[in-house]
Write a protein that binds this ligand. Structure first.
Ligand SMILES: [Zn+2]
Ligand SMILES: [Zn+2]
Length: 269
């Protein structure tokens, strides 16, 4: 992992995944000028391991549940470009917006990327991991077939804003506001992070692979530092927000119960 989140340390309880198809690399830009990449890690350190892993997790479009969802289409198309050797970046971030592990993509948004990262995060730990991903429903059915043990160690959720593009039954099973363990997180930290990283695509696609690796790693380190500095203030305002919401919801629930002549016992609370 990259710079350690001071709150999560090495066992994040919630991670968000997403793919960015803008951060490509052109074959014609080459691999290196003869020099090794300066940064061997920390963000892209599992790339080699992933290449072995991916062979067993070939893309399976039939595992997609919400066929009307855009990421599902991405899964099936948008992956073939003979001029590119890297078709994007697949990334993960903790709930405090600290970048974690990243992979260069060489095919579409194959579920192998998310399955691999999940396996990495769950290595040597017994606590469950909560994963938010815009196609978490597809990942769930994929792992159910391929790796049920891994699935049993995760809580999967579709981020708040993405969930509206899914079917109603999917929203009820995976929508972040309906599942446990995500609190008031919106699961969209990774999208905010992409908006920071996206402008690098114009130069990184023209660099050698090694220079691109160094540039992206340093950008990730900068973002990490910036996020760490803000953690204290962010947690304080989130606590305040949670307290206010609690008061507001309790008030509305009381009004509703009074109106229906019920009490907390009747609704099993
Ligand atoms: Zn964290
Ligand atoms: Zn779905």
């Amino acid at each position: 992992m990259g710079k350690e989140c001071p709150v999560c340390q090495d066992t994040p309880s919630l991670v968000s995944y997403d793919a960015n198809f803008g951060l490509v690399h052109k074959i014609s830009s080459g691999v290196s000028t003869g020099l090794e990449a300066r940064h061997k890690g920390p963000y892209f350190k599992t790339q080699r391991k992933f290449l072995d892993f991916v062979e067993d997790y070939a893309m399976d479009p039939k595992s997609i549940d919400c066929s009307n969802f855009q990421a599902g289409n991405v899964l099936r198309s948008k992956v073939k470009n003979s001029k590119l050797d890297i078709t994007g970046v697949f990334g993960s971030i903790c709930k405090h917006d600290i970048p974690l592990l990243f992979l260069n993509m060489t095919k579409g948004e194959s579920l192998a990327y998310s399955a691999f990262l999940t396996e990495q995060f769950l290595k040597d730990r017994s606590e469950k991991l909560t994963v938010t991903y815009d196609i978490a429903c597809s990942l769930a059915s994929y792992l159910k077939k391929r790796n049920p043990d891994l699935l049993a160690k995760c809580n999967l959720a579709v981020p708040v804003f993405h969930s509206f593009a899914h079917t109603m039954s999917c929203q009820l099973n995976f929508g972040q506001r309906y599942v446990e363990f995500t609190g008031l997180c919106d699961g969209e930290g990774i999208e905010r992070f992409w908006s920071f990283l996206r402008p690098f695509k114009k130069i990184s696609k023209e660099m050698t692979v090694n220079n691109r690796n160094d540039l992206l790693t340093e950008a990730l380190m900068y973002y990490s530092d910036k996020s760490i500095v803000k953690i204290g203030q962010k947690l304080k305002s989130k606590l305040e927000e949670a307290k206010q919401l609690n008061v507001k919801c309790s008030k509305e629930l009381n009004t509703l119960l009074t109106c229906k002549n019920l009490d907390y016992f009747d609704i099993g609370t």
